[in-house]
Design a protein around this ligand. Sequence first.
Ligand SMILES: [Zn+2]
Length: 314
Amino acid sequence: MILKTLNRLVIPGIFLLLASKSFSAPNAGDTLIKELVSLQRDTMITEVHMNSRTVNNAYTLSRKYAKANELHFAMIDSLMRVVSAYPLLDSPGIKYSQEFIGTPNMGLRRPNYVIIHHTATSNCSDALNEFTTAGGREASAHYVIDKDGTVYHMLNDLLRSHHAGDSKWGNTTDLNSSSIGIELVNNGSQPFTQEQINSLVMLLGRLKTTYKIPASNFIGHGDIAPTRKVDPNHRFPWKYLSENGFGLWWDDTTSVQVPENFDYLMALRIIGYDISSPSSAVAAFKRHFMGDNSGGNMNADVRRIIYSLYRKFQ
Ligand SMILES: [Zn+2]
């Protein structure tokens, strides 16, 4: 009965939108998805009943966040319908075949980066409240790790969370589309707890294995958005993580001779940093690789460490 009601509401909506979008600009697919999602969020939310959901039986459905859970599952339904709505006929001038031939050779796109954050609040429920609030910033994360090591898995790894915002690493933009976001509860300046780091390392191990994520692709929000973000803070144990296979690290620099013509900014660019604001890129590097929160000033030590790390990317 519920499904029938859903179909009545949603399926005509999809075809209406498909019809109205049949000949629009390139990237209409993205716009269409956004419209479908917002349309269905409005129309479906009252129709979804949590009791009909099968959730891993290790979980109970939160009463406190029941409304957010309802919306979450409505969004999943919407996205399933969006995926099923292809193929599109959305670009004027393209000579589409009249016949649809679907390929069975496919899979879901895999995340290839993990982005570490701090919540900037020392209270886990503040973060959970924000990530379960629709409207406003609409921020989220795949995982939140509380100070006692409890892991909240808020979104399937294969779906796109809104955790990174405007971001760039190497030539990859929109890291939200290719990454998993992990938030550690931390007020922005305090040390991370051993329980958090233990949980994080176990979680990263699973993610790295499951999705074959390269060691170099475990990075921080401050690395991919150096002009806007400083998380995780300079106390985050990146060296320890690198020793466990998550993120790269530099070798002993005692005997390193940096060539006179060494271009440290180009080296930061090769490592992955957006160098459009050089001092922000240097500050981000120092925070991550030196535990140094002093900003974007250069000196011989920083230069030597950039050189040492950069050679791992050659
Ligand atoms: Zn962040």
